[in-house]
Ligand binder design. Structure first.
Ligand code: C2E
Ligand code: MG
Ligand code: MG
Length: 689
């Protein structure tokens, strides 16, 4: 119905207005315009005009009989102005189908002219309501009110001198809960809480006297009819109208927004899962206690608690169970510790605690005992009984620090140290700081060291037990640091795994060992064992990488033995399994290292196809202590057989151990009895000699 070129215009700008729109083709006839064809009429126009259908609309729109007799002259005059000026606004009373008159303000503009034909755009705004309520306002103001008055923002007009409301739009009335009749007899300051009244009165009288327009922005509560306070953001402007100074206020109800902000603040301050204070609030409380403590010479203990076996629970029983346990831990901490002790849930299995009134350093032990008591009773999740243990790191105020952040970070450092040294409790000490500093030092030294060629492999011979013949070697990494000297893997492998540096280190040792050993392996038929960390199995391209290095170094794949520990195998077992299968398809042999030391050895023996099992040194070194260890080793050897794997004993140091192992039927071994790990040259000599 609307000409295509104008359709988007209507859709985008006009359809939503509280105004009627129409397009009319008209013909110039002498001094007059005759409507020819109504091309478009918006639904709102039809509703203004009454029950009219689009067809009948055309006959009533410009029909003088529908115009109030008093307005007919002006109505006709405006047509002549339109032809001259192409645009006109006129106000008239229009008789709706039901006999009622509407106050209409109509805007007309000429869109196109061709010969005697004109294309006109008409816009109708219904001012009836406003005209009735504000007879004294000019129609231009009424137009403004009519359009903006219906918007979802508050709009008020008020007399600056006596503070009376001159106008309030429906939105304002809805927010305040008043009918217009009730509000119009009130003064502006009567809807403001008592505590702000004086200020508002002063503001009004100041604006009344100021001879210019001045705008203000407020955030202030308004009081509704029921006495409730609602926060409003209000922009006011001042203007002169006839002999009056009038204030206009445009405002929005900010209460829902504020409510949301407050709620967000609460969420940030309290952990939604346990209801305990969050880490942020913990720090705030600590700040307050430090201030109090500094005044009263009070000592504080800041502790960070970490559940040691929570990750496995999460992994085996699921997050839902994990969450239930955390909730219960929180409840037990609240019940088992003094009310005045502050408890907080940081995240996952980390909790923060603050103890006041602390004397001496023994207290962390006391706290740990209490926590142990609290966790002693098993947690019941479905049919499972779970026993939790915890670790605690602590720092003392004022001894270890004076700001909340400092104390917390020191307590966390202590916890970290406890974790690494396998202890349950650690109180911060400068020594801890030193070892953490050393760690930081090693971290960067490793990176530089690799670039400077400080890392190299050594090779420990592997022998056939029956005749002590060297059949292979295990490559073991070493680091020669210029100042620290020769460092064993225990000093840096863990750290490298933690930082991810192990993958570069692993790449290096892989290439280096294969390059160095390739000739020996080919000439003497030896095999080479290489250790891999779990972290390296995160790279799904590991098999391709190994394959490439094997090719480039000319190393026979079947002589390459890849060692993994059970912990490696445990992490992401699915993915590891897929990687191992790929490696085996290349001809590579898989060796399960440190067998018996992990806690799921059997499971992996069943799931993974392994070619060799390395019996951990622990079992070997116990062999001479009695019957039992012997039985265990015998069982391991039997187990290996049953899955088609060979057996190797690690850490053989004595002839007696060798004899027992031979008798049990273990095929291979390595240990100081035969040779320690050797440099390449020494190893070559040994093999050739
Ligand atoms: P592992 O793979 O179980 O290596 C055997 C460890 O036992 C070696 O320690 C070796 O020197 C030591 N050893 C050998 N024979 C005897 C003995 O008769 N008595 C005693 N007491 N010890 C013996 P090392 O070289 O210090 O390596 C420690 C661990 O570091 C290795 O244990 C392995 O898990 C890891 N590692 C070493 N090199 C690498 C590597 O290149 N990559 C990865 N990811 N880990 C490595
Ligand atoms: Mg090994
Ligand atoms: Mg081992």
């Amino acid at each position: 119905m609307f000409p295509p070129s104008l359709e988007p215009l209507y859709e985008r700008y006009l359809a939503g207005l509280p105004a009627g729109v129409y397009l009319l083709e008209a013909r110039v006839q002498e001094e007059d315009l005759k409507p020819e064809r109504l091309l478009f009429a918006s639904p709102r126009l039809a509703s203004f005009a009454g029950e009219e259908s689009p067809e009948t609309l055309q006959t009533v729109l410009w029909n003088p009989l529908r115009i109030h007799p008093e307005d007919r002259r002006g109505f006709e005059e405006s047509i002549r102005r339109l032809m001259k000026e192409n645009e006109v606004w006129r106000v008239f009373r229009f008789e709706r189908g039901d006999g009622h008159y509407l106050w209409i303000k109509e805007g007309l503009s000429v869109l196109e002219k061709s010969g005697s034909r004109l294309l006109l755009l008409g816009l109708w705004v219904d001012l009836t309501e406003e005209k009735e309520a504000f007879a004294e306002l000019q129609t231009d103001h009424l137009l403004w009110l009519s359009i903006f008055g219906k918007a979802p923002v508050g709009l008020i007009l008020y007399d600056l001198e006596d503070g009376r409301f001159l106008y309030a739009n429906p939105y304002t009335l809805k927010v305040l809960g008043y009918a217009w009749e009730e509000l119009r007899i009130k003064r502006v300051w009567e809807v403001v809480p008592l505590r702000f009244r004086q200020e508002i009165k002063e503001n009004l009288s100041w604006r009344a006297k100021a001879g210019r327009s001045c705008s203000f922005f407020y955030e202030l509560p308004l009081v509704t009819k029921t006495g409730e306070e609602r926060m409003v953001s209000l922009l006011t402007e001042t203007f002169q109208w006839k002999d009056r100074r009038v204030g206009v206020g445009i405002g929005v109800d900010a209460t829902p927004q504020l409510f949301l902000e407050r709620r967000l603040a609460e969420v940030a301050f309290f952990d939604p899962l346990t209801g305990l204070p969050s880490r942020d609030l913990f720090l705030e409380k600590l700040r307050a206690l430090i201030l109090r403590g500094a005044r009263k010479r009070e000592h504080l203990l800041v502790a960070v608690l970490d559940l040691t076996n929570f990750r496995e629970i999460n992994a085996t029983l699921g997050y839902e169970a994990g969450n239930r346990i955390l909730k219960e831990v929180a409840a037990r901490l609240c019940g088992g510790l003094r009310k005045s002790d502050i408890k907080s849930h940081f995240f996952a299995d980390k909790f923060g605690l603050i103890f006041t009134d602390i004397r001496g350093t023994y207290s962390l032990q006391v706290v740990f005992h209490k926590v142990q008591e609290i966790l002693k009773k098993p947690f019941r999740i479905n049919s499972h009984e779970i026993v939790l243990s915890a670790r605690i790191g602590g720092a003392l105020f004022p001894r270890d620090g004076e700001t909340p952040e400092e104390l917390l970070s020191k307590a966390e450092a202590a916890l970290k140290r406890a974790k690494e040294s396998g202890e349950d409790v650690a109180l911060y000490s400068p020594e801890i700081e030193r070892s953490l500093a050393e760690e930081a030092f090693l971290r960067s030294a490793m990176v530089e060291g690799l670039a400077r060629g400080e890392f190299f492999p050594v090779y420990q011979p592997i022998v056939r037990l029956s005749d002590r013949r060297i059949v292979g070697a295990e490559a073991l990494i070493r680091w020669h640091h210029p100042e620290l000297g020769l460092l064993p893997p225990a000093r840096f492998i863990g750290l490298a795994e933690k930082t991810g540096f192990i993958s570069e280190l692993g790449d290096f040792i892989l290439r280096k060992a294969l390059e160095e050993m390739s000739p020996l392996v080919s000439q003497n038929g030896l095999f080479l064992c290489l250790n891999f960390s779990g972290r390296q199995f995160r790279e799904t391209s590991l098999p391709q990488k190994i394959e490439r290095v094997l090719k480039e170094t000319g190393f026979p794949p079947e002589k390459f033995h890849l060692e993994i520990t059970e912990t490696t195998a445990m992490e992401k077992a699915e993915r590891t399994l897929a990687i191992l299968e790929k490696l085996r398809s290349l001809g590579i042999k898989i060796v399960l290292d440190d067998f018996g030391m992990g806690y799921s050895s059997m499971k992996y023996l069943v799931e993974f196809e392994v070619d060799k099992i390395k019996i951990d040194r622990f079992f070997v070194s116990n062999l001479l202590s009695g019957e039992k260890p012997r039985h265990v080793v015998r069982t391991i050897v039997g187990l290996a057989r049953s899955v088609g794997a060979r057996c190797l004993a690690e850490g053989i140091e004595r002839e007696e151990e060798l004899e027992i192992l031979k008798e049990i039927g273990c095929e291979e071994g390595q240990g100081f009895l035969f040779a320690p790990p050797l440099t390449l040259e020494k190893f070559q000599e040994l093999v050739k000699g």
